[in-house]
Design a protein around this ligand. Structure first.
Ligand SMILES: *Cc1c(COP(=O)(O)O)cnc(C)c1O
Length: 383
């Protein structure tokens, strides 16, 4: 199927990925590693294609949410180190070893089971210790009250056979809003590292900064950074976008087509539930996209899309496969015309705000019915 017969598709600009990679790399001091999170199918951009390009560009590490996502990349021939951020049952030790996947560890009990499983499988699992400095999600509790106990627990885990403790990391919960809380979390992390160092427990790769901290707090970079949304060209807090930003470029443009246009009389009700009644005679375009493609239904009656060189507003409820837009002011718009849903004219942040959510969710929600088309501008290595 060629591009011209497509119904709805997402164009992914790998040149923008290259630009964002260079931009982020240039922010880092010499020797600081760059990890790219490609979890959730690379935030909806397609994990294999994104990971391959990042590998060509020289990324140091990738991160995924689970074992399956890591194996998918290895099967596609991706060779760079991959960190699994989420939980993997120790029964999968063999797979971790065979696919050379690094596992995040956040509980002593799991560390013991993983150690035993690695010994049983006759190999070594590379692991990163996850500590919870205030996100209250994964990680060994690490605040002022728990520091001693946590340090002791880590010392015990450090001595377990079959595990190679390559790294230690934590995650900030409010680096896009609170300097005070971020510095509290960072201080807790540094205090723990200091305590461990006194005991001879050291880690080659200490990391904590995701996109917001990479953009706001260079002091937190340590040995590696983990910007996710920034790689895809978006700012964690959309209000950061603009003059002070480093000039990141979004990768994804979501497009669909006009499939029908007709003129309806004033007083006509549009779409399910008749939530919208036309006040005047209206040219209505039917677009080949709906919530079944990942367009949030909460954008009904609000989202503006870009078609035929102008904006058209969605009218009535967004359906599963279709939605309607008012093209009265765009008389040349006809069936077959391409419509931009998110992209240069319609920032995904705008749609996210209308839907009461964040751009991360809308990017991830562009689902598997929507093919990704990659624009390739770098020469592939000759094989
Ligand atoms: C998803 C994730 C990141 C990346 O976060 P962004 O806000 O997209 O930069 C970094 N670290 C961890 C642990 C994550 O889960």
């Amino acid at each position: 199927m060629d591009k011209d017969s497509r119904r709805t598709w997402a164009e992914i600009d790998l040149r923008a990925l290259e630009h964002n990679y260079s931009t982020l790399r240039a922010m880092l001091p010499e020797g600081c590693r760059l990890l790219a999170p490609v979890k959730a199918d690379a935030y909806g951009h397609g994990a294999v294609s994104v990971a391959r390009r990042l590998e060509e560009l020289g990324v140091d590490y990738l991160a995924v949410a689970c074992l399956e996502e890591g194996i998918e990349l290895r099967r596609a021939g991706v060779e760079v180190p991959i960190l699994i951020l989420g939980y993997t049952e120790p029964v999968w030790a063999r797979e971790l070893i065979d696919h050379r996947l690094t596992q995040g560890v956040f509980e002593e009990e799991t560390a013991r089971a993983l150690s035993q499983a690695a010994m049983g499988a006759g190999g070594t699992i590379t692991v990163h210790m996850k500590v919870d400095t205030g996100m209250s999600r994964l990680g060994l509790l690490c605040d002022e009250r728990d520091l001693d106990g946590t340090a002791e627990s880590i010392q015990r885990m450090y001595a377990l056979p079959g595990l190679n403790w390559e790294g230690i990391f934590t995650h900030f919960s409010h680096a896009d809003g609170s300097e005070e809380y971020t510095m509290l979390q960072f201080t807790r992390f540094l205090d723990l590292l200091g305590r461990l160092e006194e005991q001879g427990v050291t880690f080659k790769i200490r990391h904590c900064a995701a996109s917001a901290a990479v953009l706001n707090y260079p002091c937190t970079y340590l040995d590696m950074v983990r910007p996710g949304i920034a790689f895809y060209g978006h700012y964690p807090d959309p209000s950061c976008e603009g003059l002070d930003g480093p000039g990141l470029e979004p990768l994804m443009t979501l497009k669909t087509r006009v499939v029908s246009v007709k003129t309806l009389h004033a007083g006509t009700a549009v779409s399910y539930g008749r939530t919208h009644t036309l006040e005047k005679e209206t040219r209505l375009a039917v677009l080949a996209i709906g919530y079944g493609d990942g367009l949030p239904r909460a954008c009904s009656d609000k989202l503006r899309v870009w078609v035929g060189g102008g904006y058209a507003t969605v009218v009535g409820r967004i359906c599963m496969d279709l939605c309607m837009a008012d093209v009265t002011a765009l008389p040349h718009v006809k069936p077959g015309d391409v419509v931009e849903i998110y992209g240069p004219h319609v920032p995904v942040e705008e749609a996210a705000a209308l839907a009461g959510t964040i751009q991360y969710e809308l990017l991830c929600n562009v689902n598997k019915r929507v093919p990704r088309l990659y624009t390739q501008t770098l020469d592939r290595p000759q094989s």
